[in-house]
Write a protein that binds this ligand. Structure first.
Ligand code: GLU
Length: 306
């Protein structure tokens, strides 16, 4: 058997019994996830797929969508425009933190945390929410070989409970970081977070980035090569919430996690990897996901520094 397949089969068995953590509950729909769901997928930059576990189980992208919306806005508006509004520094604070907005520049630190991602999503083009949704789905699905959809239940569940994100958006509006309608800006952000994928999809999106922005199977350009490095460097420094330093040290590849329990990582030129397991730690990272990535990085020698 191929070495990648052997390793992911082994890691699935090894970490299946790890039962700490709980699915996120601050978005009520996410609390319904089955804590036992667990899958790993690896897709090479040439499009070869390896998978283990419940790899067809759909889940919402949540923050794993943030690098992709950032890439989309980079293509549409360029670096200078976006980075006049959102910086490129890690915060060391939680993903949904509000303090750094108040204490420092009044501008989000980076596009991988909620405040920065809300500003980025607010720039998605379209006159209506529906047009913006169509736009984001079309752009994200270029990383795949099929169409994508939004889960309306998850979207509404977040929209109806998003008091913290709503307060972040009000503060951003107050500081003039954006001047558009607050609810419209939040709506497209919630929609983007509710886009559904499975583990193979997410690994395929990662493999497209590993392949310099070109979808390995369709050959379509999902993201201009020039912007892939922007995305990957911010994933590397800011992608794993306030565990980004620990992750850089112990895993050593650009990655992004989401509170649905997904983590994806990109080994440039080589592989895209995704793990899905809903129980998360207090920082918001999938607990089994963290362990799988650490082992996988060591066993397949994936750290970009080694
Ligand atoms: N939609 C979630 C939120 O804004 C995304 C958080 C995450 O996955 O980190 O709270």
């Amino acid at each position: 058997m191929n070495q990648i397949q052997e390793v992911i089969n082994k890691l699935l068995e090894k970490y299946r019994s790890l039962e700490s953590g709980r699915p996120a509950s601050y978005i009520p729909e996410l609390a319904k996830a089955n804590p036992k769901d667990f899958s790993i997928a690896v897709v090479t930059a040439e499009g070869e797929v390896y998978k283990a576990g419940d790899h067809t189980r759909p889940f919402s992208m949540q923050s794993t969508s943030k690098p992709f919306s950032y890439g989309m806005i980079l293509e549409d508006f360029g670096r200078d425009f976006i980075h006049a509004k959102v910086g490129v520094e890690p915060t060391g604070e939680a993903f949904n933190s509000i303090v750094e907005l108040e204490k420092h520049t009044n501008r989000p630190f980076n596009p991988m945390i909620n405040s920065g991602a809300i500003v980025v999503s607010g720039l998605i083009k379209g006159e209506t929410l529906q047009e913006r949704q169509i736009n984001v789905l079309a752009r994200f699905s270029k990383y795949l070989t099929h169409d994508m959809m939004v889960d309306e239940k998850i979207y509404l569940s977040e929209k109806n409970t998003a008091h913290r994100n709503r307060s972040i958006a009000h503060l951003l509006r107050h500081f003039g970081v954006f001047d558009s309608d607050i609810e419209a800006t939040l709506d497209i952000y919630f929609k983007q977070c509710s886009i559904m994928v499975n583990t193979v999809d997410l690994a395929m999106m990662a493999a497209t980035l590993a392949n310099g922005g070109k979808q390995p199977i369709t050959g379509e350009i999902a993201l201009k090569k020039d912007y892939v490095g922007d995305m990957l460097s911010l994933m590397f420094t800011c992608g794993m919430y306030d565990s980004s330093g620990e992750w850089a040290y112990s895993v050593g590849i650009p990655a992004k996690s989401g509170v649905s329990g997904a983590i994806f990582g990109v080994v440039p030129g080589k592989l895209g990897i995704a793990v899905y397991s809903p129980p998360i730690d207090e920082k918001g990272n999938s607990i089994r996901g963290l362990e799988v990535f650490k082992d996988l990085s060591r066993e397949l020698n994936l750290s970009i520094f080694r």
